[in-house]
Every structure is written in structure tokens, then in C-alpha cells.
Write a new protein. Structure first.
Lengths: 324, 324
């Protein structure tokens, strides 16, 4: 098995070779801009690794894998319009750098481009690949809609939150792993196990994201700590805090949630301390470990070689114990 | 050959059978709302007619044809956000009835649903059908971007305008006709001729749309006459007027274009009279006839029966001489 960086390089080369028509400039420039922002390229890397681990040729899955990365970046582009986010990976978001109309239309074009790349699977695998991709896309829109709905509701349950992040984030990792397996002509049981592995990895990954916003190291996290706390974002931590808090802590939490003028230097450490008093750091760690274990169990059930399993296990552990 | 209404009924039955998940409500309700607004269903009807006229079975093309109608309505939904349009087919647009975020996300879901329906072509035809659909979608986004660009430019040429409406409107009619031909296993020459027929029909159709806004019969047009004139919309007529107008008429036109307070009862008849003095009604009629003739010529080149050709010829003439 090759290393993550080997796969990443293959993906980044393919992404650099995407050709964008020069005109109309306002349609294609934002797509090129978005794809040049970089990132972990986790979804296409998972697709390539999964294909190779199950005996396939990564060349066969490369363009569909690029399609998944185009799709993922399209969702970020439109989500940033809906969430009025100004910055993405240290740069202005498309709707800030251009405007809302440019972001809407170039996002639409990016979704169709993603489908074009996914559809470059060979004819024999095309029906299964297109079906998987479109079903996953619908789930991701559902997740984004639940996310927006939940921001307006005060009584979101932990189970609802987990189902929301499963749809919004995790299914695309499951889809990437299954895509690789399909292109390797893997048996149905392997395809399903790879999907389960990717999906559980995705859940652990997202919970780790919630935790890093609170306990991440500012030096390596890449963005300011406490963004979710400042925005009262309904994360795994806040939802659990609301359900568990009592007495003086309940009053304090309510005060922080209802104070739009709160200063970052005071609110972030105070809410973090409150989360720690409630034992949420340990709770979060246990949940991450449980999804981690489920991902590793699904991995163990596949027919891939021990060497390939070891590569995936290392990746799962590094992603869900990551610091940035 | 069956009549337009026969095909329309088949399409409307299939559209009524689209199943939308109940939840999340804000994601799926706007899609059902949009599809229930009705319309001519021109694109799927063309796909069914084309398939049958070339010896195919309309059952094979029905779901992909519904996909084209979903796609068309998705573009209207997102265009209405970008154009800040309040009303569509006599009802509030999605972004007005709900909000911008709902319109963006339910539009995205509608595009993926459209792709799901298009991808229900049988396996043998799937690669060609998906490729045609995605390429057409990219052209339509380009057309919408040019349309928005041109609204900010004072010197748009007639050729640029024709190319814009070709991309924004006409290629989808060409795509619908070609889709029907592909599903009928028609020869490449027939597929291409059907595309050319649909595209030229689309150009004539759009120029007729521009003309109806000025010279339509308020009793049958379905919306208020003069909307384009009030919005200074760069139609075939206004672009030609700007290029041809001289002397006092030039001063008058400039005054109307720069008077945001102009009253409808005065501006619309005045600009209409100006268009007539410039001979634009005859110019528009000649252009429509030319695209009509090109559509009929492409039709004549196909291998379909004389009876089928007669059905298409009647449709082309009725659509491009329509009053509403």
C-alpha cells in the first residue's frame, strides 16, 4: 500500500488537470478558486485506497474520486452562502469575494461538473456508481437542512444530532470507500463493510471536529479556538451540556447562550470549564472511540490483506485523534 | 402519432407519481410545490414525441424526460433567486414563499433528483444520456451567467444575445429531442438533426417570448404585457433598438431607460411605438421565421415518417406563432 501522501499527490495532480473554460469568467473562476484552496482531499484518497486495498486499479477510480472532491467543495460553497460564512481555509468565501449570485450559479455548475467526473466510471460500473453518488448527495442535502432546522430549535436531542452529522458528513466518506470497492469489483459484503467503515470514521471525524473547536491546540488547529462556542453552534458538546446541566451551571450556560455581547476571551474559557465540569471531554472521547471501534470492526470484516487493513487502521486512528 | 395533450397527460401522470420524502419538510415541499405549478411540459413532451416518431417506445424515455422537466424547473427556481423574481406562474416564488436558503438547498436537491431521473435510462443508453444531460446543463449555466453579465453591459450585440439565449434556453429543447432519438436507437444523423430541430425551435420560441411581452394579447398572455420594457430587460427588441435608433428617438429611448420612476401606462405604449417606428416588429417576425425554417429543414432531414414529420411541423408552427 502506498502512503496517504502518495495518494494525495495523485489526487492533487488530477485536480490540477481539471480544465475550466475561460468564459464566462464569473462562472468558472470561482470553481477553480475553490478547488485551489486545498484541503486533506480525504474523500478521493479514501476512494483510491479502498480500490487498491481490494485489488483494483486506482486509475479506474481516479476521475470519479475527483468528482467526489468537486461535490464536497460544492457543498461547502453553497453552505457558506447559507451560513453567511466569510472565510474558508483562510481565504474569503466565494459569496464574499464575488457575490451571492456568483456563488449560487458557480455552485450549481460545480455540482454538474462533479457528476460529469463521477460519470467517468467505466460503462460496466456506471449504473451502480451514479446511483450511489446521487443517493448520497440527497442524504447530504437532508443533513444540511436538518442542521439549519436544528439551529432554530432549542430541544435537539443527541440522537438527532448524530443522525444529522451522519447525513451531512459521514455518508460521503462511506460513499468514497464504497466507490473504491465497487471499482475494484469487490463482493457486495466488502462493498457494504467499506461503506460502514467510512461512515463510522466520518462520525468519529465529525465529533473530533467538535472537540477540537474547544480543546484543540491553537498552534496546529488552523483556525481560532472557540468558534462554535461563540456562535452557540449546536455541537455534540453543547447539546449534551444543555441536557445535563443543572443548578448554578444551568443558569450560567443560559446566560452565555443569551449574551450576544459576550467577549471571546471570557466566554470561551468559561464555557470550556463548564463542559469540563460536566464531564463532556470524557464523554466526547468515549463516543469517538466507539465510532472508531465500529470503523475498525467493519474494516476487520473485509477480505483485504492484513497489510492493507493495517494501513486503514493507522489512517482511522490518525484522523480521529488528530490535532488539526 | 398521439397529440400534444396525450403526451402531456402521460408526463403529468409521471410527475404526479414522483415521491417526495415527508422530511425534512423544508427540503422537499418546495420541490413538490414547484413541480405542481404546471406549465407546458414542453421538454418532456418533445422527448416522448421524438422517441415515438423515430420508432422507439415512449416508456423507455419517460423517466429521463421527467428528469429534464425537474432540471428545467430547478433552473427557474435558482434563476428566480438570482433575479429576485417574486412571482412564477401566478404564485410566489420559492425564495419569497420560504426564504433564500430554502430555495438554494431545495434547488440543489432538485438538480440531483433530475440527474436521478435522467439516469433511469437503460444501462445500454446510460453513458450517452448522462453525457448529453451534463453537457447541456453546463451550457445552460453559461447562458444564465451571460444573461446576468449582459444586464450590466450597455453594448451587448445581437449575435451575443442570440448565443446567450441559445445556451440559456434552446439547448435544452435540442437535448430533449436528442434524448428521445437516442432512446429510439436512431442513427447519429437523426440524433443530430433532432438536436438541430429542437435548438432552432428553441431560438424561435425565445424570440417569440420577447415579442409577446410587447405585442401579446393581455387576455391570453397570462402575465402583464410590458414587463421586459419596464425592467429595461435586454431582449432581442431592446438590443436592436439601441443599435438602430437615431435622432429624437434615440433621446427618447435614453430617457425611458434612465427613468426609474416612469409609469407603466405611459412607458410601455411609448417604447412599443418606438419599436414599431424602428420596424422591429417585422424584424422580429423575420428572425422567428428564419429559425422556424431552420427547425423545419432539420426535421425534413430526419428519417421519420411523413405523418410524424407533419406532427412536428404543426407543433413548431403552433409554438412559434403562439399568443401565450
Amino acid at each position: 500500500m502506498r502512503t496517504y501522501n502518495d495518494y494525495l499527490q495523485t489526487i492533487n495532480t488530477a485536480i490540477a488537470q481539471i480544465s475550466y473554460p475561460a468564459q464566462p469568467q464569473q462562472l468558472y473562476e470561482p470553481i477553480a478558486y475553490t478547488m485551489a484552496l486545498g484541503g486533506k482531499r480525504l474523500r478521493p484518497v479514501l476512494a483510491l485506497m479502498s480500490c487498491e486495498a481490494l485489488g483494483g486499479n486506482t486509475d479506474d477510480v481516479l476521475l470519479p474520486a475527483v468528482g467526489l472532491e468537486l461535490f464536497h467543495n460544492f457543498t461547502l460553497l453553497h453552505d457558506d452562502v447559507m451560513d453567511r460564512a466569510d472565510v474558508r481555509r483562510g481565504k474569503p468565501t466565494v459569496h464574499r469575494r464575488w457575490n451571492d449570485n456568483v456563488a449560487i450559479l458557480s455552485g450549481d455548475a460545480m455540482l454538474t461538473m462533479a457528476t460529469q467526473y463521477v460519470a467517468r466510471a467505466d460503462t460496466r460500473h456506471l449504473p451502480a456508481v451514479i446511483d450511489l453518488f446521487n443517493r448520497t448527495a440527497m442524504e447530504i442535502y437532508e443533513g444540511q437542512q436538518w442542521d439549519m432546522d436544528y439551529e432554530l430549535r432549542s430541544n435537539v436531542g443527541v440522537d438527532e444530532y448524530i443522525e444529522m452529522i451522519r447525513l451531512k458528513t459521514s455518508v460521503l466518506l462511506g460513499c468514497a470507500c464504497r466507490l473504491g470497492a465497487i471499482m475494484a469489483d469487490a463482493a457486495d459484503a466488502d462493498c457494504q463493510a467499506m461503506y460502514d467503515m467510512g461512515m463510522n470514521l466520518g462520525l468519529a471525524f465529525q465529533l473530533q471536529d467538535d472537540a477540537l473547536d474547544v480543546w484543540g491546540d491553537p498552534a496546529t488547529f488552523g483556525k481560532e479556538i472557540g468558534g462554535d462556542i461563540m456562535n452557540n453552534k449546536k455541537t455534540f458538546l453543547l447539546i449534551n451540556a444543555i441536557q445535563r446541566v443543572t443548578g448554578d451551571d444551568a443558569m450560567e450556560l443560559r446566560r452565555w447562550l443569551n449574551d450576544p455581547e459576550a467577549e471571546r476571551d471570557i466566554k470561551v474559557p468559561a464555557v470550556t470549564a463548564l463542559y469540563e465540569r460536566l464531564g463532556l471531554r470524557a464523554l466526547s472521547d468515549r463516543a469517538i472511540e466507539a465510532y472508531n471501534a465500529a470503523a475498525l470492526k467493519a474494516l476487520a470484516a473485509t477480505s483485504m490483506s492484513d497489510e492493507a487493513k493495517q494501513s486503514f487502521a493507522s489512517l482511522i486512528i490518525s484522523l480521529t485523534t488528530r490535532k488539526s
